[in-house]
Write a protein that binds this ligand. Sequence first.
Ligand code: NAD
Ligand code: MG
Length: 401
Amino acid sequence: MIGAPGRRLVLLGATGSIGTQALDVLVRHPEVARLHGLAVGGTRPDLVADQVLAHRPERVVVSAAGHAAAVEAAVHRACAAAGIPAPRIDVGADAVVELAGCLGPGDVVLNAITGSVGLLPTLAVLASGARLALANKESLVVGGHLVTDAAAPGQILPVDSEHTAIAQALAGVRHDQIDHLVVTASGGPFRGRSRAELAAVTPEQALAHPTWSMGRVITTNSATLVNKALEVIEACFQFDLPEDRVQVVVHPQSIVHSMVTLVDGSTIAQASPPDMRHAIGWALAHPEKLPGLAAPLDFTTAQSWTFEPVDEDTFDAIPLARAAHREGGGAMAVYNAVNEEAVDAFFAGDLDFLGITALIRRVLESPRRPRALAADGVEGLLAVEGWARTAARDLISSTEG
Ligand code: NAD
Ligand code: MG
């Protein structure tokens, strides 16, 4: 029996890449949970209306007030036409946090919001006792020990193909039997290029990911390798290991999703075709396995899987993140916040591709960085974030002018 009868799901970020794939998993495996509520930014009102008709959630939350009227109108129109009662609709960031925390033990919340704005919802889920299926890696990167300390053992199930793979490889393995983790990376669309060749890269080129179809921020992060850098930190917190025990290897086929090397010299890998529904379904249904969740590998045709080291001289995102993790405190919140600002500036044409990690480095190295603030719990971390965003924007506008 998969999922207890009456098990509820709250889906944060329902209209995104992960959110829509999660609903696809739910359509094919309704036994996993019943959709209780969904939260969205609000830019796709018609999609929200379709989701409401298909899944009949009791609640909808729109985080951006500016989009609320359009979502409300689309949902009410669709429900009236279908002759069903409209769900309750709330608006604003506080309402997202409230929805995140409204379930309890036995239920599950999938946090598939993009960005550090996912931190407060993550903490609300953990306080509620519900399972947290966590796609929003930023909340773990930014919150760090604040998040892991708030979590009961096993309460967070990662929805990131690498971390889902590691969690599966670790089944039956004790923590003291782990030598190190090996996180695989596709290498992104610019694998093999030199720094000179990267200087003129455009947002359109950065959005052409070779193996995965994902949201704009994570796709850009895959091109800069910032995504892999965030995943190294995510792995440190998720699996309680220092950064020097989390290796990264480039594996362009994206079939081996990550590996664990044990103290006896054995390496355990998890492999499947690249399809995020695998990671989503794993986290929602664990410890059950959903039959036919995603297509399996086909070994009747020839294939090669290759592995190569990361070119860290060209792509400096990972060493920068390792240094931020070693420093601890608010350094990782700064790293992530500056990256979020830099990605926006890159798309606005205000920053070139190599400028993204250069900006992260400059802000991390700033003597004015408020290092002590991060000790003041979540408020302190959010203050560090705010400082980093302002510092990043100031640097972007000063180099522009
Ligand atoms: P996306 O941009 O496609 O979707 C983001 C979703 O969040 C949208 O529904 C948007 O409306 C909603 N949203 C934005 N701000 C919100 C807010 N303040 N409150 C509530 N909802 C809000 O992003 P994505 O690619 O689905 O990625 C989501 C998260 O999952 C990211 O943290 C990403 O790193 C992680 N992730 C994604 C993939 C992938 O394959 N897409 C893989 C691994 C991890
Ligand atoms: Mg990943």
